[in-house]
Design a protein around this ligand. Structure first.
Ligand SMILES: Cc1ncc(COP(=O)(O)O)c(C=O)c1O
Length: 487
């Protein structure tokens, strides 16, 4: 790129853009050639790249060549069909095209006026999605509430926590901050703890209520009720509870309706974190897992996990948008405009932490339009079928056990050790995970449930087929055999 800088030259974009799309398509086509979990050592890249930025332009070919030889070795391939770790983070052609469009306009849509289409498309797409999930009407933008795209589930829980906190502090006075109490199960994602840290909730007032296998790691409404009564008797002020539908460790499900019956009597804000499992709830046969959502104050799912929408795209619905706006709005002179002041438009800057925001609804709009709800439901069902297949394979090998019930597309399992070696079970399972992942052939992750080390096999990458599941299981079996031989 020698000569005068022309950063927006349409013909150059066309030429390089086509080549970049070819590069991306070739990457997806050959993705299985790479070790799914990057095998580099910490600091590898500093040794390969210069100390400072180039003074003169370099060629596109050189950059792409460095991507191939220096960057890709340090990439863990989340889109690989052999990726079974954590939860999926789907890319798709539609999501990718949506990202391109978003990059094309590159708007900063904090207020309606900064790009009316960005705000209005977001409202429409969130309304569509709310209908797909059969969420109550109060979550639609036509009512008192509405939906908004946050970057992540962590931001979603933070903004509703702030809204709930401020409702209570407005009523009771700022001095009550140290009395405010938050409730969730001990399986709840650490995003809640971080949100509490940011919101100034006293760490002792963040109650992680104990769960165990007797409720499949779901939160007991009785326990919640007892804890609330106990705290009130001690002069504390319960104000926020977070229920999870599909926990990160084991996809455990908190009973929303029963929990809402408890929280409602104390006017406690009930938020539902369904970051992963929310996608499955667009299928009628899984919708019952969010029964009771009619009684909650906010609901969140990540379209960027298992819904073919490239990261980031976390969908949050609130029952009362004014609660969010009262907590998060600012009105500096330099942002004032007629539309905002007329109150006839939404300004999403008042629903989130940052001011700036991307045109993320394009991605989801393209996913919904180019695939259609029926295909998306089939996509989810296929992954669940593949997870059932993996679960059956595990069950047929007596050396292994399924540790927690499979509800969606995550299988939690572990290797059992022969008599006399039981006390080494956790360590050996850790070794097995390490051995499997270091082959670079598959990537799985782990958790601990009631002190037991558990391997997590999460199906959900868009390219995964039955043959990948079979090969993954054979690899796990083979690695287990060699570990057992060495005991
Ligand atoms: C249940 C649950 N909640 C919250 C999160 C946090 O997600 P995010 O990265 O969008 O903040 C995750 C991430 O996997 C999750 O599984």
């Amino acid at each position: 790129m020698e000569g005068e800088l022309k950063p927006m030259d349409a013909e150059q974009l066309r030429e390089y853009g086509h080549r970049m799309v070819d590069f991306v398509a070739d990457y997806y086509k050959t993705i299985e050639d790479h070790p799914v979990l990057s095998q580099v050592e910490p600091g590898y890249l500093r040794k390969l790249l210069p100390d400072s930025a180039p003074d003169k332009p370099e060629s596109f070919e050189n950059v792409l060549s460095d991507v191939k030889t220096k960057i890709i070795p340090g990439v863990t391939h989340w889109q690989s069909p052999n990726y079974f770790a954590y939860f999926p983070s789907n890319s798709s052609t539609a999501g990718f095209l949506g990202e391109m469009l978003s990059a094309c306009f590159n708007i900063v849509g904090f207020s309606w006026i900064t790009s009316p289409a960005a705000t209005e498309l977001e409202m429409i797409v969130l309304d569509w999605f709310a209908k797909m999930l059969k969420l109550p009407d109060f979550f639609l933008s036509t009512g008192q509430g509405g939906g908004v795209i946050q970057g992540t589930a962590s931001e979603a829980v933070l903004v509703v926590l702030l809204a709930a906190r401020d409702i209570f502090l407005r009523k009771l006075g700022k001095g009550f901050l140290e009395k405010l109490v938050v409730y969730a199960s001990d399986q709840t994602h650490s995003a809640l703890q971080k949100a509490c840290q940011i919101a100034g909730i006293h760490p002792e007032n963040v109650k992680a209520l104990k769960t165990d296998s007797s409720t499949n790691y779901g939160l007991s409404p009785d326990l919640l009720s007892k804890e609330i009564c106990h705290d009130i008797a001690n002069g504390l002020v319960p104000f926020f509870a977070c229920a999870s539908v599909g926990t990160t460790s084991s996809t455990a499900i908190d009973p929303i309706l029963e929990l809402a019956n408890v929280t409602k009597s104390y006017n406690i804000w009930l938020h539902v974190d369904s970051a992963y499992a929310g996608s499955a709830c667009v299928c009628p046969e899984y919708r019952h897992h969010i029964d009771g959502v009619e009684e909650v104050d906010s609901f969140n799912m990540n379209a960027h996990k298992w819904f073919l929408t490239n990261f980031d795209c976390s969908l949050l619905w609130v029952k009362d948008r004014n609660a969010l706006i009262q907590s998060l709005s600012t009105n500096p002179e330099f942002l004032k405009n007629k539309a905002s002041q007329s109150k006839s438009v939404l300004d999403y800057k008042d629903w989130q932490i940052p001011l700036g925001r991307r045109f993320r609804s394009l991605k989801l709009w393209l996913v919904l339009r180019l695939y259609g709800v029926e295909n998306l439901q089939a996509y989810i069902r296929n992954h669940i079928e593949l997870a059932i297949h993996f679960e059956e394979l595990v069950s047929q090998d007596m050396r292994f056990e399924i540790v927690a019930p499979r509800t969606f597309a995550l299988v939690c399992f572990r290797l059992l050790l022969p008599c006399g070696f039981e006390d080494r079970t956790n360590d050996v399972n850790g070794d097995l995970l390490q051995a499997v992942n270091s082959t670079g052939k598959i990537f799985i992750s782990h958790t601990v449930l009631s002190g037991t080390y558990v391997m997590r096999f999460a199906v959900g990458a868009p390219l995964t087929e039955e043959r990948h599941i079979d090969a993954a299981w054979k690899l796990i079996q083979d690695q287990a055999s060699s570990l057992l031989e060495k005991l």
